[in-house]
Design a protein around this ligand. Structure first.
Ligand code: 16G
Length: 251
């Protein structure tokens, strides 16, 4: 079935409730999910979709804009709108304190990092509070774009007290491996996860459209002694992650 046939309004438009741009968006979403509109296929220009469906161009534009935000299609400068290839979803367990490298290795994916910042800095007030630093203390900070299987997955900024990570340059692949070697690997962590829409810079680094859904995660990790070892602020691609928690009845 070609796109024009797929969008023939007879079969769907006006049959369900809701605004017409939502009906069009749903029709396109269903086509992407079912494979009728396969990855990398192009959508016809707005004008053509309007002709096929009898909807106004404003309505068509609104539906497509929403699909861009959902990360289902992308607009390539000068060449049109294309269905995005889905990224492999990663499930991260919320009950095990694992590192990004370990999580990805378990799924057979190689990791790479692009460095945004790595060094020893004056701490921000947030870092002073979270890490329990004293006046005049410096902080080790590593800020990376984390990729797995060649795909950008998360932006991650980790801050650690300088005696826990004296030399941030030593971290080339896994932070937790470096901490493990010095006996400073965290044993417990508290995570706060919230839903966000990605800001332009974050979206650009993660290779998705501005406004796409993402997850903001703040992790505070502790050593066996109870001391805070790490504060990490991360932004994960919402389309790449599922966080899974196991729940038990308390008795
Ligand atoms: C995970 C942790 C992060 C930690 C990193 C170490 C979350 C939300 N964050 O991404 O706090 O710094 O692993 O990974 O899970 P690495 O050892 O591969 O550098």
């Amino acid at each position: 079935m070609n796109v024009a046939e797929y969008l023939d309004p007879d079969g769907w438009l006006g049959h369900s409730a809701g605004p017409r741009y939502v009906q069009l968006r749903r029709r396109l979403e269903r086509g992407i999910e079912s494979g009728d509109l396969p990855p990398d296929s192009s959508l016809p220009p707005e004008r053509e979709v309007a002709d096929i469906t009898g909807l106004s161009r404003v309505t068509v534009r609104k539906a497509i804009q929403e699909l861009v935000k959902l990360g289902l299609v992308e607009q390539r400068q000068g060449s049109g709108t294309f269905v995005r290839a889905p990224v492999a979803k990663v499930e991260q367990s919320l009950s095990h304190l694992t590192s990004f490298t370990e999580d990805m290795r378990r799924r057979g994916l190689d990791t790479t990092s692009k460095w945004i910042e790595r060094g020893v800095f004056m701490p921000s007030p947030e870092e002073v509070m979270a890490l329990g630093l004293s006046a005049g203390d410096s902080v080790s900070r590593i800020y990376r774009l984390r990729e797995a299987g060649g795909q950008p997955m998360a932006l991650e900024c980790a801050s650690l007290p300088i005696d826990i990570l004296p030399n941030p340059i030593e971290v080339t692949t896994s932070l937790y491996e470096v901490l493990e070697r010095s006996g400073n690997r965290p044993v417990r962590a508290v995570q706060k996860i919230s839903a966000i829409n990605l800001e332009p810079t974050e979206a650009d680094l993660l290779g998705v459209a501005e406004g796409t859904a993402g997850l903001r995660i703040q992790r505070t990790s502790y050593l066996d002694s109870g001391r805070v070892a790490e504060l990490t602020r991360s932004i994960y691609r919402g389309d790449a992650y599922d966080f899974v928690a196991e729940l038990r009845l308390s008795n």
